[in-house]
Design a protein around this ligand. Structure first.
Ligand SMILES: *Cc1c(COP(=O)(O)O)cnc(C)c1O
Length: 225
């Protein structure tokens, strides 16, 4: 399957999920290119998808060196504190803010506010990064004094399961939390967005209110060069 064919299919799926959920607002598709080469990323751009997601500094740097187009860059991987200074000026969105030390480093190094999602481990799986849901409100309050950290929303990865109900409930849980954080009405924490949904579960995520979906395998395949 070509990127073009994949994108046609995914577009139809997005449209159908929005109709099912009675939604007219935007769902932004982030093409996750972490597993593929810059040439495949260029096929994505040729389809008019200008939002790319990478999860490692090296992959990001490599793509940026080979791509001249006006791309919106999303960093979706966990970020080591010592890498902050190298990465923040290269990206438009960070999807993995999950600890105070990371926010402190962004505050120290950034010259303008960085758009961030708080990563939440809704399912509580050991293997996943992210804040425990019970920590999110307190963490948001702590970020109120960080004017270089702009919390645009919350991000999660659904649990690794075939059980649709469990997946759906984790997305519902993230939405409830997002609304609570938004209600804090903190200036640098608008928290209006939801980054959730990947190849296996993006339709459920859209039904549950995702505004950014992150699709890799379904769109570009894996290990393609
Ligand atoms: C790899 C990755 C994706 C894309 O996953 P696919 O299943 O390939 O669509 C989305 N979000 C994050 C955080 C990822 O690491």
């Amino acid at each position: 399957m070509s990127v073009k064919q994949n994108y046609e299919r995914i577009s139809e799926q997005i449209k159908a999920a929005k109709i099912l959920a009675n939604r007219n607002d935007d769902v932004t598709l982030i093409a996750v290119t972490k597993e593929v080469s810059a040439d495949v990323a260029k096929e994505v751009l040729a389809e008019g998808i200008m939002q790319l997601g990478e999860n490692r500094f090296e992959g990001l740097k490599d793509k940026q060196e080979q791509i001249q187009d006006d791309v919106v860059w999303h960093f979706i991987g966990s970020l080591q504190t010592r890498k902050v200074k190298d990465i923040i000026h290269r990206i438009d969105y960070l999807h993995s803010l999950d600890r105070l030390s990371l926010a402190e480093e962004i505050q120290k190094r950034a010259t303008e506010p960085l758009k961030c999602f708080l990563q939440v481990n809704v399912s509580g799986e050991e293997s996943k990064h992210g804040l425990d849901p019970s920590e999110v409100l307190e963490f948001a309050r702590q970020l109120a004094e960080f004017d270089k950290v702009k919390v645009v929303g919350l991000m999660t990865m659904a649990p690794f399961t075939e059980n649709e109900l469990i997946i759906r409930n984790s997305f519902k849980g993230l939405k409830e939390l997002q609304e609570k954080v938004k209600e804090l009405q903190i200036a640098n924490i608008p928290c209006t967005e939801l980054s959730m949904g990947m190849s296996n579960d993006f339709e459920i995520a859209i039904e549950e209110g995702a505004s950014f979906i992150r699709i890799g395998t379904d769109l570009v395949g894996k290990g393609r060069v």
